[in-house]
Ligand binder design. Structure first.
Ligand code: FAD
Ligand code: NAG
Length: 538
């Protein structure tokens, strides 16, 4: 009997939900999306609401537009490279409208439980119970895509902070921070130097009397801007740099981006190698530190009635407010029987499929923490997952999947400082290529060099933009080649708001590529012929 997958429940209409709906449509499946709130966009919609991830009013994304867009829908040339959240929402709405996704979404509908049907081993079908305005309904689905995000539950480790109960000031989690007015003239401590901690310390320091930024380990701080005004990620998230990482020591490759923003000799000094921790992206933090508006302190040993004592014995009194930028944890309350989240870890094959189900009809989309953007990854996960749903791609056996999961875990343990923050960490280009191989859409740079050298140069030396995964294979998009060849124009366009004569040809190609392009090209051909095992990287 051949049984056909048809109806797919997509849970959540954040970015991952939207791209998953589209992936279903592209594969001829019938998506039905359930979204608890009344609109699309998930945490990028600035609005205070329970049970949904949330951002603060001023937040600007830390991944640039060419790197974060969906692979067949470039962000308009005139949009800034790093967008404010309102602009991001505008793009997501354009995407929703262009591919006509709205009609598949049931708003104000929560999924309360997902359970296997009795005949699951044969059919792989699920019972999905939803609730709309207090009314429950149940329906059968052939597949389920979980797109509920992993930034919903605030991680507030009060147990690690003795004395917090007697502290008379107020404390909040960064999730509940919206805008700086209430902090005017106050003395504040921000705990944590991740992206949120750095952003909030900077923002508060403009109105507060003094901001203390408490960090256990310090962090590598990266800027959004790199040479010639190009976004940092468009220069460092490339196949070329990825390739260099395999032939020269990691620290050399990473020296340049860090050199620009790192305050040597300072409070940020680190006890770990670059890349053993997720770097923090902040253009302003070094400036706020150097101007004394933010003072970096070690971990807090204990709170007093009115302040805190730090691990070096120093104390700060008259503290009005403490912001815990201590991250998030995730959970799937509607799916408790099938995935166990232990210490912020789940066992998923390629971070997508639970390995022990009789049929591969349940997937998790966007459950990753990339050094890069979530959106294109979620999209590629969706493309692969829907093909597995349809039986066009197969998964290995359960034991092979489990082995792959443990191998990934070991690699991660070797590389990253142990922390709940690093449980779902992935390397952008490497992980995208891995998914692309599985989905049969990985660009072959070598054959491109032979057939279309101009394109190949941009694919290899230019930013590893999502369009690369639409050049061939299932889901091939005819616009991909053009999108790649015009990406630099779209990067430069929003900066051309004042005409300054034409000296752009000096800076139009970041110098890193200019000087090293030819040499590396030679090196690749040379290395390639020597070490076929490097094949996968180029
Ligand atoms: C402060 C902050 C800053 C970030 N900055 C960046 C950045 O700069 N660049 C980047 O790439 N990523 C960033 N991220 C990561 C971010 O998680 C992704 O960009 C992306 O928004 C994740 O989308 P998502 O669809 O997985 O989840 P979400 O956007 O959280 O959407 C999940 C949706 O599911 C719905 N939902 C949840 N449970 C249910 C249920 N049971 N039934 C029905 N609906 C449900 C929710 O209402 C929500 O709409 C940031 C995250 C945070 C918290
Ligand atoms: C951007 O910020 C978010 C939220 O803090 C973080 O999860 C993500 O890893 C950051 N991205 C990069 C490329 O650093």
């Amino acid at each position: 009997m051949t049984w056909k997958m048809r109806r797919v429940a997509v849970i959540g209409a954040g970015v991952c939900g939207l791209s998953s709906i589209k992936c279903c449509l592209d594969e001829g499946l019938e998506p039905i999306c359930f979204e608890r709130s009344s609109d699309v966009g998930g945490l990028w919609r600035f609005e205070v609401e329970e049970g949904r991830g949330s951002i603060y009013k001023s937040i600007i994304i830390n991944t640039s537009k060419e790197m974060m867009c969906f692979s067949d829908f470039p962000i308009p040339a005139e949009f800034p490279n790093f967008m404010h959240n309102s602009k991001i929402m505008e793009y997501f709405r354009m995407y929703t409208e262009h591919f006509d996704l709205l009609k598949y979404i049931h708003f104000k509908t929560s999924v309360v439980s997902v359970t296997k049907r009795p005949d699951f081993p044969m059919t792989g079908q699920w019972d999905v119970v939803t609730e709309t305005e207090g009314k429950q309904e149940s329906a059968i689905f052939d597949g389920v895509m979980v797109c509920t995000g992993h930034h919903t539950n605030a991680h507030l480790p009060l147990d690690s902070f003795p004395g917090i109960e007697k502290f008379k000031g107020c404390y909040i989690h960064s999730r509940d921070y919206k805008s700086p007015q209430a902090f005017s003239g106050k003395r504040a401590i921000v705990i944590g130097i991740g992206n949120s901690g750095a952003d909030l310390a900077v923002e508060l320091s403009h109105t507060a009397e003094q901001v203390f930024l408490s960090t256990r380990q310090g962090a590598w701080i990266l800027s959004r801007i790199a040479e010639a005004g190009y976004p940092m990620d468009t220069i460092y998230v490339t196949r070329y740099v990825q390739f260099l990482r395999h032939i020269v020591p990691l620290s050399l490759v990473n020296y340049y981006p860090v050199r620009q923003t790192h305050l040597d000799n300072s409070c940020l000094s680190l006890s770990f190698r670059f890349c053993s921790q997720q770097p923090t992206i902040s253009d302003d933090l070094p400036n706020r530190i150097i101007s004394g508006k933010v003072l970096v302190k070690p971990n807090i040993r204990e709170f007093t009635n009115t302040g805190a004592i730090f691990e070096d014995g120093t104390r700060e009194e008259d503290i009005d407010v403490v912001v815990f930028a201590t991250g998030y944890s995730f959970s799937f309350p509607f799916l408790e029987d099938y995935v166990k989240v232990v210490e912020n870890q789940v066992s998923l094959y390629k971070y997508v499929f639970p390995p022990h189900l009789e049929k591969p009809t349940l997937v998790f989309i966007g459950l990753i923490q990339p050094l890069g953007s979530v959106m294109p990854i979620a999209e590629l996960q969706g493309r692969w997952a829907t093909r597995v749903f349809k039986g066009l791609n197969r998964l290995p056996s359960a034991s092979e999947m489990v082995a792959d999961i443990s191998q990934k875990r070991e690699e991660m343990a070797k590389r990253y400082v142990k922390s709940p923050r690093h449980t779902i960490q992935v390397d952008y280009v490497e992980y995208m290529d891995e998914l692309a191989c599985l989905a049969g859409v990985k660009p072959s740079v070598l054959s491109l060099f032979l057939m279309d050298p101009k394109l190949a140069l941009e694919v290899f030396f230019g930013p590893c933009t999502p369009y690369q995964y639409r050049l061939r294979g299932p889901g091939k998009w005819d616009g991909a080649r053009k999108a790649i060849l015009t990406q630099r124009e779209r990067i430069i366009k929003p900066l051309k708001t004042r005409v300054v004569g034409d000296y752009t040809h000096h800076t139009s190609m970041p110098y890193l590529f200019k000087i090293s392009g030819a040499i590396t090209l030679f090196a690749i051909i040379f290395t390639y012929s020597l070490a076929p095992s490097l094949n996968g990287y180029i």
